[in-house]
Design a protein around this ligand. Structure first.
Ligand code: CP3
Length: 343
């Protein structure tokens, strides 16, 4: 198996910088669209055979160094008791948002084996299929990002409901974060037991918080999840979108790998995280629309700066956009493999 990705996560010596992409399985791939033409997104997530098939598509098409389970961060919110829909134009919708103590009381901590068996089955299929290929990454939303979807009822612009809840009802907000953290730890432990070889926590919306609110309302929960997961013995990657303003706090989470977005220079991020850290990132997803020579310049710049960390895994700074031409993505992966050689 190509274990370059796992070695880089552990800060070990590698022959080249490994690369994978957030949202690497998805709508920019005609092969994904062909599967999705006959099935809606949620049903696809719950069908282990098809979910495994779309997970493998980018591994074969792009030649990336890791596979990421095909699912969604919102999937576990259904067995917690929420009604989830994905609407074509609006994205995810959670009816009856959680905005009171009684709503938090009603939330169930799911039994992963019983309530989310399809996720574990997809992982088991994938480990067999990936045996001679690349490692498999499992994932979960981080508690704050999941809380925003639960409280807002979907995506939001200014997260007013979330912040009002946090500021006006801080004890209940922490109670919600605690419940979500218990779920996340159980969910990721179950994924690891089923065969996930690394796990990533997605904190897409933590960057909307001031450093002091991040420190008060998010960090203690993430720190505990990461400490608990470290006992499972696989690398834990913590991706925080828009991390520049809170990076000193994010560092305190003790993640094995820090996933960073593109708004911060990766060299500066490494200085702030410290040279002992392992980083993942951070090409602007829109850079995939640049002409090839300009794209290569940016890839080289990130690779060169990545050398200053103990380990670097190349990735985008956030998910790939559906409009991205697959040939540009293939060119990017090739550029990382060519210019990221260590000898
Ligand atoms: O990375 C991968 O390839 C694995 C699969 C994956 C998906 N979502 C598939 C998906 C992963 C890791 C996610 C994570 C996710 N989901 C996040 C965190 C990362 C990020 O992007 O910030 C978030 C916030 C979500 C919630 C979510 N799911 C939204 C807001 C949307 C709608 C917007 C959109 O991109 O369509 C989704 C839908 C979704 N998740 C799709 C896919 C492939 C598109 C569904 C389709 O086929 O129509």
């Amino acid at each position: 198996m190509n274990d370059t990705f796992l070695k880089a996560c552990r800060g070990e010596e590698v022959e080249y910088t490994p690369v994978w992409l957030m949202r690497q399985a998805g709508r920019y791939l005609p092969e994904y669209q062909a599967v999705r033409a006959n099935i809606d997104f949620l049903t696809l997530c719950k069908n282990p055979k098809l979910a495994a098939e779309v997970t493998l598509q980018p591994v074969d098409i792009l030649g990336v160094d890791a596979a990421i389970l095909f699912s969604d961060i919102l999937i576990p919110l259904e067995p917690m008791g929420m009604r989830l829909e994905f609407l074509d134009k609006e994205g995810p919708v959670l009816s009856e948002p959680v905005r009171s103590k009684s709503a938090v009381d009603k939330l169930i901590i799911p039994d992963i084996e019983e309530d989310l068996p399809f996720v574990l089955e997809t992982i088991r299929i994938l480990r067999k299929e990936l045996e001679h290929k690349v490692p498999l990454i499992g994932f979960s939303g981080a508690p704050f990002t999941l809380a925003t979807y639960m409280i807002e009822g979907g995506t939001s612009k200014n997260f007013l409901h979330t912040k009002k809840f946090m500021f006006q009802n801080s004890t209940v907000f922490r109670y919600l974060m605690e419940k979500l953290s218990d779920m996340v730890t159980a969910y990721l432990s179950a994924q690891i037991k089923a065969g996930a070889q690394a796990v990533q926590l997605f904190d897409t919306w933590a960057g909307i918080l001031s450093p002091q609110d991040y420190r008060k309302f998010v960090l203690p929960f993430v720190k505990k999840i990461i400490a608990d997961l470290k006992k499972e013995g696989v690398p834990v990657i913590y991706f925080v979108n828009d991390c520049a303003g809170i990076i000193k706090e994010v560092k305190k989470s003790n993640a094995d790998v820090f996933g960073i977005d593109w708004r911060i220079d990766i060299g500066d991020a490494i200085k702030k995280i410290g040279k002992k850290g392992v980083v993942q990132g951070n090409l602007d997803p829109c850079a995939l629309f640049l002409p090839k020579d300009k794209l290569e310049e940016r890839v080289k710049d990130i690779l060169w700066k990545g050398e200053t960390a103990r380990g670097h895994i190349f990735n985008l700074g956030h998910g790939i956009l559906p409009q991205t031409p697959p040939e540009n993505v293939i060119a990017m992966v090739e550029a990382v493999h060519t210019f990221g050689k260590k000898t």
